[in-house]
Design a protein. Structure first.
Length: 474
């Protein structure tokens, strides 16, 4: 079979064209270049912002911030600056080239971390160490805070401790120090600076002034004394100091002291006196007096036999036990013999309890009472002389708490009446400690603090105390 002959068709030749977008690109380039040259002609100085800020204390050269000057050189630029590289703050630098100028803000910053020098530190197992234990020197232009990054171990041994110091601008320095912990078995040492302590009666006394305490690790060991329970008025005493460090090591030492007697006439004194006890309230009063370490006087009767052990406590704690007659029945003023027999009965009772005869007394109703006239006219005038002849010292009062006016008198009234004696140098304050005088007990701390704030001291009455007598009215 014969093959068909295929006729080839000749394709026409395409003419080459220059694409239009290339013209557009070229045009845009020329326009951009023109605008660029125009901009650079009008803004010939190129500033590097990263070089505009300055580290405190460095040598500031404003020319370093110029990256390039178009159509000129760096040395052709005029520079005007107020930057003080030694003072933190914000400043300005002005660059001028031909008719163009630009003002650049410049900050003087603290970019330098603190310089930290540390030492090895040795301590016991109890101390909570602080950065100050290790730092020997720290330098920075701003305030620096320090902290310990890690330190939790409290066992014997040697440890690495990381100290971090950060200044006010966030620059940090981290250094390692050595901590050595030891088992402390060494007791503190007590050194007495004088052979004995000498103080004056009635003065504020700090019994820690005369000693020096040292410890191998604990800079502030606990110091206690038994002075509050040993020292009672004027005289010679021996007080015991106990010093305990934080590891529990303890040292005790005795020290003699002398309290010089100052005449009571030369002191401002409050004599707290409590009549008609003892009772359950007497114990509460004694607790408060012990809390403030002050002394008072209790004029006791024989009407509280169930509480007579409190009379022993009164005496044991350094208070004055005075006599207020056994019965406190105004019939004792029937005649001198009746009164003296009743007084003798309470005197014997007190002697049996404390082993000492009391010569401090107070008349029921006071020496100025007029109730006695119902029993015997003129008896008080005779009794004040009689008791004095028999060696007794009687005391009335010059300030009253008003608690004798009823049972459980309002606390605020008792406070007001009791603290009205600031005009006196010697205050003999009348109060009562029977069962019905709860509010007197409640007011007592306020009364004590009031007079302490006025500079008074507190004492029990004695034969040396200034007289406090009423005018006799019968």
């Amino acid at each position: 079979m014969a093959r068909r002959k295929v006729k080839k068709i000749k394709q026409p030749t395409r003419k080459k064209r220059f694409p239009i977008f290339r013209y557009i690109f070229l045009l845009l380039f020329l326009v951009g270049a023109g605008f660029g040259l125009f901009y650079l002609w009008n803004h010939p100085i190129l500033i590097n912002p990263s070089k505009s800020n300055v580290s405190l204390g460095s040598n500031y050269n404003p020319e370093d911030a110029i990256s390039f000057v178009f159509f000129g050189k760096k040395e052709d630029v005029k520079i005007d600056t107020d930057v003080d590289a030694n003072t933190l703050g914000e400043y300005k630098t002005k660059y001028t080239f031909k008719d163009y100028s630009i003002t650049v803000p410049v900050k003087v910053l603290d970019n330098t971390p603190p310089v930290l020098k540390l030492k090895e530190y040795t301590t016991d197992k109890k101390e909570k160490v602080t950065p100050e234990c290790f730092i020997t020197d720290i330098k920075d232009v701003s305030e620096v805070t320090t902290k310990i990054k890690s330190e939790r171990r409290r066992m014997d041994g040697t440890y690495k401790v990381t100290i971090v110091a950060e200044d006010a601008y966030g620059n940090k320095t981290t250094e390692a120090a050595t901590l050595i912990r030891k088992n402390d078995k060494e007791a503190p040492k007590i050194e007495f600076l004088t052979e004995k302590g000498i103080y004056n009666e009635g003065e504020e006394t700090d019994y820690l002034d005369g000693i020096k305490v040292t410890d191998n690790f604990d800079k502030k060991p606990t110091i206690t004394t038994n002075a509050d329970t040993v020292v009672n008025g004027a005289g010679e005493f021996v007080i015991t100091y106990t010093v305990t460090d934080r590891s529990g090591n303890k040292t005790t030492a005795d020290f003699p002291i002398v309290i010089n007697e100052i005449p009571e006439e030369e002191q401002r004194i409050v004599y707290l006196t409590f009549d008609d006890g003892p009772s359950s309230n007497t114990a509460r009063v004694l607790d408060i007096l012990a809390q403030y370490n002050i002394k008072a006087t209790f004029f006791v009767t024989g009407n509280g036999q169930n509480y007579n052990d409190l009379i022993k406590r009164e005496y044991a704690e350094g208070h004055t036990v005075g006599l207020h007659t056994y019965t406190h029945d105004y019939a004792i003023y029937t005649n001198e013999e009746t009164y003296i027999n009743d007084l003798q009965a309470v005197s014997d009772m007190v002697y049996d309890l404390i082993g000492v005869r009391s010569n401090i007394i107070r008349f029921p109703g006071g020496s100025s009472n007029t109730i006695s006239a119902n029993y015997n006219v003129g008896i008080m005038s005779r009794l004040v002389n009689l008791v004095t002849e028999n060696g007794y010292y009687y005391f009335d009062w010059n300030v009253s708490s008003s608690d004798a006016s009823g049972n459980n008198v309002d606390v605020e009234q008792i406070k007001a009446y009791s603290t009205s004696g600031d005009a006196y140098d010697h205050i003999v304050l009348l109060m009562h400690d029977t069962d019905a005088k709860d509010t007197t007990v409640e007011a007592l701390p306020y009364i004590i603090e009031h007079y302490r704030d006025q500079g008074y001291i507190f004492k029990g009455l004695s034969y040396r105390s200034p007289e406090c007598h009423h005018g006799v009215n019968n």
